[in-house]
Design a protein around this ligand. Structure first.
Ligand SMILES: Cc1cc2nc3c(=O)[nH]c(=O)nc-3n(C[C@H](O)[C@H](O)[C@H](O)COP(=O)(O)OP(=O)(O)OC[C@H]3O[C@@H](n4cnc5c(N)ncnc54)[C@H](O)[C@@H]3O)c2cc1C
Length: 371
């Protein structure tokens, strides 16, 4: 019987494991892949996480991230807005960041079961029984679901969003190119947008969100890029003047921004499993890290204070999660609606350019504060 079993070793799962191991609990993380590995993600991380990452012992400077302080947003018809980012962020690949957190977690005594896919979770009596694809079983007092935006377990847990099809697909490359070190650019195209910013080792992350229809209409990723993305001149230039470092891109589909719940069937969700913000206007990674922090704090109180029983733990976590993130998610969904169609994107960007204080306020509303 483990104290805590964590399903999914992305940012949410790794941070939760580190915080709980620091408090002396025995923690098992089950991750279906093996570190290090690439993930579809824009790899721009808000500086709001820096004090916290330092507090758990991650020395970011060792990983050589880029420092990013400016934002550019463009439309396919030519409008653009350029802004200083008040808080700013850094660029670091998930390959490097997740591996560093995995090493840190191991050094703090967290156990890992890699290449293990959880197939079934059941709450019986006052503990959990977890079944893996290979037939093995595990038991734990608390289970954290940090299995990302969409997992086989969402179906097993009968979560509503899973059964609603989502039109979004995500594609990511690492490239070498000529591009300012301190800039993150978001270049819009029909039904999607593509971000570019520097990461470690003089590389750049080029990552976009597009739609299933764009892909269906053009048959394959290459054609979709030429026919849809290249209509934004900035993207055409980047794609035609860069070295692409993977043989093929990382691709995911069915990315859903629907509402989810932070607790269900006594499972405590963190990161994207609890709710995902549109990458156009928010920082999912900072949210995953912050939700892991508040969840691990409450779990460790639950283990020492009988007054915070399971029911109260679940209620307090849900309420804290909503307090911290639900406005961000709501604003993020509304902003996302302004983009996608050429004319609407053009008008939105012109407006954001002429009303910089409003733009600054929108950025604030979709981001957090240092924690
Ligand atoms: C196109 C795109 C661009 C983005 N760009 C940015 C950005 O620039 N900045 C930003 O802050 N955020 C960005 N995000 C969001 C960010 O990637 C996520 O918010 C973040 O990865 C959430 O971390 P997580 O730990 O919740 O999930 P993940 O990092 O996805 O980790 C979940 C883990 O669970 C594992 N898993 C799943 N199911 C099982 C199972 N059954 N058993 C065992 N393991 C399992 C997976 O293998 C995975 O490693 C972007 C997202 C997309 C789609």
């Amino acid at each position: 019987m483990k104290d805590i079993l964590i399903i999914g070793g992305g940012l949410g799962g790794l941070i939760t494991s580190i915080c709980l191991a620091d408090k002396g609990y025995n923690v098992l993380v089950i991750e279906k892949k093996e570190y290090p590995f690439h993930k579809v993600c824009g790899e721009y991380i808000s500086n709001e996480v820096k004090p916290f990452l330092q507090s758990i012992g991650l020395n970011l400077a060792d990983l050589c991230p880029s420092e990013i302080s400016r934002l550019k947003v463009t439309s396919p018809l030519g409008a653009e807005v350029n802004m200083q980012l008040d808080l700013g962020g850094f660029g670091l690949s998930r390959y490097t960041l997740d591996r560093a957190l995995y090493e840190l977690a191991k050094s703090k005594g967290v156990s890992f079961l890699l290449k293990g896919q959880v197939e079934d979770v059941n709450f019986e009596g006052d503990s959990f029984n977890i079944k893996l694809q290979d037939g093995s079983e595990h038991y734990a007092r608390i289970v954290v679901g940090s299995f990302g935006k969409r997992s086989n377990l969402d179906r097993q847990l009968n979560r509503k969003f899973f059964f609603k099809r989502s039109p979004y697909i995500g594609v990511k490359y690492h490239i070498r190119t000529e591009f300012p070190d301190d800039l993150i650019a978001l270049h819009n195209f029909k039904d999607g947008y593509c971000g570019i910013s520097k990461i470690e080792d003089n590389k750049y992350c080029l990552c976009y969100l597009s739609s299933r229809n764009n892909l269906k209409d053009h048959g394959n990723i290459d054609e979709m890029e030429k026919e849809v993305l290249f209509r934004n001149r900035h993207l055409k230039y980047i794609f035609e003047n860069s070295d692409f470092l993977y043989k093929k891109p990382e691709v995911i589909n069915e990315i859903s921004f629907e509402k989810k719940e932070a607790v269900s069937n006594h499972l405590l969700f963190c990161g994207d499993a609890a709710g995902m913000i549109s990458p156009l206007c928010g920082n999912g990674m900072a949210m995953a890290i912050h939700s892991a922090k508040i969840l691990s704090e409450l779990i460790s109180i639950h283990f020492v204070k009988s007054s915070l029983d399971r029911q109260l733990l679940e209620a307090q976590y849900s309420s804290k999660w909503n307090e911290l993130f639900s406005t961000r998610l709501f604003v993020g969904r509304q902003i996302q609606k302004l983009f996608g169609q050429d004319l609407m994107t053009e008008l939105s960007i012109r407006f954001l350019n002429s009303a910089k204080p409003v733009s600054r306020q929108l950025i604030k509303m979709t981001h957090g504060k240092p924690f």
